[in-house]
Write a protein that binds this ligand. Structure first.
Ligand code: NAD
Length: 491
C-alpha cells in the first residue's frame, strides 16, 4: 500500500463516468520489468460495488430490449476500434504484465476474436422450435439474458480474459460489472473507453477496481445473477462456493499443471520449439503453459540436450525491447516464491539442470531465468504445486500409458499435449487423458473463441465453460413456450 500522490490514481467506471472509489486504501501497480510504479489502484468498497450494480441494474432494463442486430452492430464497431488500437493495447499489456510485446499483441488478437464471436449474437441467440409436439401444439425455446453479471479476472491475460466475459455477456443482453486484477488493471480501462466509443450505452459495462472486498461484494449482492471468474484454484473454489451459496450461476476457471508428453516417433526439433514457447513464454504465467514434460525414455537424453541448449539461448529482458522472449514474473513476491520453489526442488532431490536464480540477482525487475529440473517425482512439491513461473519439471516414462498415468495423477487438468507421429498414440492419448484442452504436435492448445475453454477436475468449477456455445448458455436463460393453435375452424 502507498500514500504517494505523484502517480495517477485509477478511477472506477460507473454508469458511463470515471468516478473516484469510496476508499482510502490503494495499491501500487508496477511495471514488473523495471519496478517502476505505473499507477495506484483503489481497493474499492462494497459501497462502490453497490453503485456499479445499481447502474448495471438500471441499464439492464433498457439494454435487454435493444434489438439484437443493433447490439451486434456495436460489437462490430468495437471490433474495428480494437483492431485499430491493437498495438497500443499490446503496449499497455506489456507494461503492466511484463510479457513480450509480440505476445501481448497476440493476446490482444485473441481478445478481439472473442468480440468477433460475440458479434454473431443474432444467430448464437436464436432459439429452436418444433412445429408439432402434440396435435396443433408447437413448442419454441427462447433465450433471454440473465441480468447483471459480475466478472473477476486474473493478472496474466489483462486483455484476453476480460474479453472471454463481457463481450458475450453484453451481446446477449446482460449488463456487466468487471473487477480486473488489481495487479494489471490498466488494459481494462482502455477496453471500456473503446467500447463506449463504439456506442455502448452508459451502465452496460462498469469497472470496479479492487480486490477481496469487491469480489465479496459481487458474490453477495442479490442483484448480481451470475459470476464469471478466472484465477487460481484456491480463490476459484471459494468464489464458486460463496456464489453458489447465494444462488448465483458461477463459472470458475482455475489453476493448471499441464503435462506435455514427447514420444520417440515425434519430430524432436518441432517439439523443442513448441515446448520452449509453452514453458517459458509469458514467463510460464499461462494457464496453458507446459509445466511438466514427460519424455519417452528412449529419446530423453537426445531431447534434453537440444532442449536445454534452446532454453539457454532464450533472450531475457524488458518485453518492450526487440527480440526479448522472456520477461519478468508479475511481482517481487512471485519472484521470491519461485526462487523458494527452486530451493525446494533441490532439497527434495530433483536434479537442477538449468538454474534461473542468477537472473533474479542481475536485474532490477522481477526476473527469473528459464529453469529446468530433471528426475522429478510425483511426490515432490515442484510437481504438485502450480508454480506459475518459468520452471519446468521433466520426468521420464517407458511408454505412453505410463506417461498418461503420471498426468492423470494431478488434480489440475486444464490442458495436456502430445508430440508424436502415430495416429494410434493420438487416439490413445485423447481417449485416456483426463484434461479438457488437448494439443497434438503443438505446445499451447488454447482453443479459439468459438470453442469452450474446457478445463477438467480442479481446473474448473461449474458446468458451463467460458467461450463457445457454453458462454451463450451461461449468459442466457431459456423460456420454452408450448402453444396450442386450434385448427378445428379450418376443417
Ligand atoms: P488469483 O486467484 O490470485 O486472483 C484472481 C482474482 O481473484 C483477482 O481479480 C483477485 O483480485 C481476486 N482474488 C485474489 N485473492 C482473493 C481472495 N482471497 N478472495 C477473493 N478474491 C480474490 O489469480 P492470479 O494470480 O491473478 O492469476 C493466476 C491464476 O489464474 C493461476 O492459477 C492461473 O492458472 C489462473 N488462470 C486460469 C485460467 C483458466 O482458464 N483456467 C486462465 C488464466 C489464469
Amino acid at each position: 500500500m502507498t500514500t504517494q500522490q505523484a502517480v495517477k490514481t485509477l478511477k472506477n467506471f460507473i454508469n458511463g463516468k470515471w468516478v473516484d472509489a469510496k476508499t482510502d486504501t490503494f495499491e501500487d501497480v508496477y511495471n514488473p520489468a523495471t519496478g517502476e510504479v505505473l499507477a495506484r489502484v483503489p481497493h474499492s468498497s462494497s459501497e462502490d460495488v453497490a453503485d456499479a450494480v445499481a447502474a448495471a441494474s438500471a441499464a439492464f432494463k433498457t439494454w435487454q430490449r435493444v434489438s439484437i442486430p443493433k447490439r451486434a452492430k456495436i460489437l462490430f464497431k468495437y471490433q474495428q476500434l480494437l483492431v485499430e488500437h491493437q498495438e497500443e493495447l499490446g503496449r499497455i499489456v506489456t507494461e503492466e504484465n511484463g510479457k513480450s510485446l509480440s505476445e501481448a499483441v497476440a493476446e490482444v488478437g485473441r481478445g478481439i476474436e472473442n468480440v468477433e464471436f460475440a458479434a454473431g449474437v443474432p444467430t448464437l441467440m436464436m432459439g429452436d422450435s418444433l412445429t408439432t409436439v402434440a396435435t396443433d401444439v408447437e413448442a419454441t425455446n427462447y433465450r433471454y439474458p440473465v441480468g447483471v453479471v459480475g466478472g473477476i479476472t486474473p493478472f496474466n491475460f489483462p486483455m484476453m480474459v476480460p474479453c472471454w466475459m463481457f463481450p458475450m455477456a453484453v451481446a446477449t443482453g446482460n449488463t456487466f460489472v468487471l473487477k480486473p486484477s488489481e495487479k494489471t488493471p490498466l488494459t481494462s480501462q482502455r477496453l471500456v473507453e473503446l467500447f463506449q466509443e463504439a456506442g455502448l450505452p452508459d451502465g452496460v459495462l462498469n469497472i470496479v477496481n479492487g480486490s477481496v472486498d469487491v469480489v465479496n461484494g459481487l458474490l453477495d449482492h442479490p442483484d448480481v445473477k451470475a459470476i464469471s471468474f478466472v484465477g487460481s484454484e484456491r480463490v476459484g473454489e471459494y468464489v464458486y462456493k460463496r456464489g453458489s451459496e447465494h444462488l448465483k450461476r458461477v463459472q470458475a476457471l482455475t489453476g493448471a499443471k499441464n503435462h506435455t508428453i514427447v514420444l520417440e516417433d515425434a519430430d524432436l526439433d518441432a517439439a523443442v520449439k513448441g515446448i520452449i514457447s509453452s514453458s517459458f513464454g509469458s514467463a510460464g504465467e499461462r494457464c496453458m503453459a507446459t509445466s511438466v514434460l514427460v519424455l519417452q525414455e528412449s529419446i530423453a537424453d537426445k531431447f534434453m540436450a537440444k532442449f536445454t541448449q534452446a532454453a539457454k539461448d532464450i533472450k531475457i529482458g524488458n518485453g518492450l525491447d526487440k527480440g526479448v522472449f522472456l520477461g519478468p514474473v508479475i511481482r517481487k513476491e512471485n519472484q521470491e516464491r519461485t526462487l523458494n520453489y527452486i530451493k525446494t526442488g533441490v532439497k527434495e532431490g530433483a536434479k537442477l539442470v538449468l538454474d534461473g536464480s542468477e537472473e533474479a540477482k542481475e536485474r532490477d525487475g522481477y526476473f527469473v531465468g528459464p529453469t529446468i529440473f530433471e528426475d522429478v517425482k510425483t511426490d515432490m512439491t515442484i510437481w504438485h504445486d502450480e508454480m506459475f513461473a518459468p520452471v519446468l519439471s521433466v520426468m521420464r516414462a517407458k511408454d505412453l500409458p505410463e506417461a498418461v498415468a503420471i498426468a492423470n495423477s494431478s488434480e489440475l487438468a486444464n490442458g495436456a499435449c502430445l508430440f508424436t507421429d502415430s495416429a494410434a498414440s493420438i487416439r490413445y492419448f485423447r481417449e485416456n487423458i483426463d484434461a479438457g484442452m488437448l494439443g497434438i504436435n503443438l505446445g499451447v492448445p488454447a482453443p479459439i473463441a468459438v470453442f469452450p475453454f474446457s478445463g477438467w477436475k480442479h481446473s474448473f468449477f461449474g458446468t458451463l465453460h467460458a467461450n463457445g456455445k457454453d458462454s451463450v448458455d451461461f449468459y442466457t436463460h431459456k423460456k420454452v413456450v408450448t402453444a396450442r393453435y386450434d385448427q378445428s375452424r379450418f376443417k
